[in-house]
Design a protein around this ligand. Structure first.
Ligand SMILES: *Cc1c(COP(=O)(O)O)cnc(C)c1O
Length: 454
């Protein structure tokens, strides 16, 4: 009898997060202050993030305990299932074995609540009233609004204008869970007003929305800023995904040759990949391949530079060494709103730089080709972001067919696309553009990088 899904009991939810930084020979360098470009210490971050998260950001401990109150909330939908995509394997006629971790079972439908819940717990412990944050497609905003409500916190969301209009259902979900949502750039912050003065018709960007959320947090008593990706503590919280998947792959009697995740800021991919990549770094699985997949519309890893850059457009947040297309870059309005961030998680970038991981990018139409093939075989209609991972799996599975190799491929199915059906509609009607990004636009944005002394 074929087995299709591998389930863990509630009491098998991980008790600790795994911190890959502890196992990196060359961890990413520290953040720099946005104005002075000096190394930033914990005190500099204190007005922005809750203290416990600042400590986690700099931690070199390998395992960090998950508080019971956090585990109790995660148990609402975790442990999440691991599937073997047998029907899709058959449809692709590939000898590869394809597994996926399914994060769409959370109430907002993605992996994002894994960190939202932890962040809200620490904010409540610190006595805060609420969080300000940004959101692209609305996935992160809805995760944080849900978690904030569960811990009795307020949530103020700056939502990238184009998504605010393209995806009203996410806004409604955020408001249903008790959050307040404004389109960004907004007139509520100086950062927003400055942008609108120059370009009143801007579609917005994550970089701008981050600037607004940080400004709102530091100018409102009892508020701090919450970030849904990129930084170490977010990637740390997402490792529950990979820790569960390790046990489930053991149940399946397989170990991945290739692990794949889509990457906007890198959190879902790292969450799945890092607990396995540990084995590559310690030499026990030197051939394990980790592939981070991005959008050609915002190709930080595949066309950007590895350099220090500001994390946000108004240069108010920390400066990090990362693959970037420039903090002033405004990507084309692809449907994968969550993949429109100009930078990438510094730890992923360090791994890419050290040759421990790979990156690739795809145009949106080929991603939807693969996502539709996946939906017809496996049922799940994945998020447009996730479709990028699905495409990479598709290509690897076909490469296995060509080579007659039965590799084990594991990917993070980071969320469902139920709020993104307009994108599928455009695709099915052959009305979905592929944007060609001119090198000149990348070069122009890269001219504004900070001049950091070596
Ligand atoms: C936000 C989002 C992403 C991209 O963010 P990462 O931090 O790179 O994971 C990917 N998939 C889904 C479903 C998302 O909501």
């Amino acid at each position: 009898m074929s087995q299709f899904k591998y389930m863990l009991e509630e009491n098998e939810l991980p008790t600790h997060w795994y911190n890959l930084i502890a196992d990196m020979k060359n961890p990413p360098p520290p953040y720099l202050h946005p104005a002075t470009l000096e190394v930033m210490g914990p005190d500099d971050l204190a007005p922005v993030f809750p203290q416990a998260l600042i400590m986690q950001e700099a931690s070199r401990e390998r395992y960090i305990e998950i508080p019971d109150q956090v585990r109790d909330v995660l148990k609402m939908w975790r442990p999440s299932p691991l599937y073997r995509a047998r029907r899709w394997e058959k449809a692709l006629d590939t000898p590869a074995k394809i597994y996926y971790k399914w994060e769409g079972v959370s109430p907002p439908g993605s992996h994002k609540p894994n960190t939202a819940v932890a962040q809200c717990y620490y904010a409540k412990e610190e006595g805060l009233d609420g969080f300000a944050t940004e959101t692209g497609a609305g996935q992160w905003g809805s995760a944080l609004c849900l978690a904030a409500g569960l811990f009795g916190l307020q949530c103020k969301v700056f939502m990238v204008t184009i998504s605010y209009h393209q995806k009203p259902y996410r806004r409604i979900a955020m408001e249903t869970w008790g959050g307040t949502v404004v389109p960004s750039p907004s007139t509520e912050t100086k950062a927003g007003r400055d942008i609108l003065a120059v370009d009143p018709d801007t579609t917005g960007s994550l970089g701008i929305a981050i600037s607004e959320a940080i400004e709102y947090a530091v100018t409102h008593d009892g508020f701090k800023y919450s970030l849904g990706s990129v930084v170490n503590f977010v990637l740390l919280h997402q490792t529950v995904v990979g820790l569960e998947a390790r046990k489930q792959m053991e149940m399946a009697g397989d170990y991945p040759d290739i692990i794949i995740g889509c990457a906007g800021g890198g959190s879902n991919a790292a969450g799945l990949i890092y607990p396995f990549l540990k084995d590559r770094l310690d030499g026990s699985r030197p051939d394990l391949r980790a592939i981070f997949v991005e959008s050609t519309a915002c190709p930080s890893m595949t066309r950007g530079v590895y350099a220090y850059d500001w994390g946000d457009t108004a240069k108010t947040g920390p400066v990090a060494k990362m693959h970037t297309v420039g903090h002033g870059f405004i990507p084309a309005p692809v449907h994968a709103g969550g993949l429109r961030y100009h930078g990438m998680a510094p730890s992923i970038c360090a791994l890419l730089d050290q040759g421990e991981a790979e990156a690739r990018s795809y145009h949106q139409n080929v991603c939807f080709d693969a996502a539709v093939s996946f939906a017809r075989a496996e049922g799940t209609i994945v998020a447009p972001e996730t479709a990028h991972a699905v495409r990479a799996v598709y290509d690897e599975a076909l490469a296995c067919k060509e080579a007659g190799e039965s590799k084990v491929i594991l990917f993070n199915n980071s969320g469902h696309g139920h709020f993104d059906l307009a994108a599928y509609d455009a695709y099915l009607r052959k009305d979905l553009p592929d944007y060609v990004l001119e090198e000149e636009k990348v070069q122009r944005a890269l001219k504004e990088l900070p001049q950091v002394p070596a």
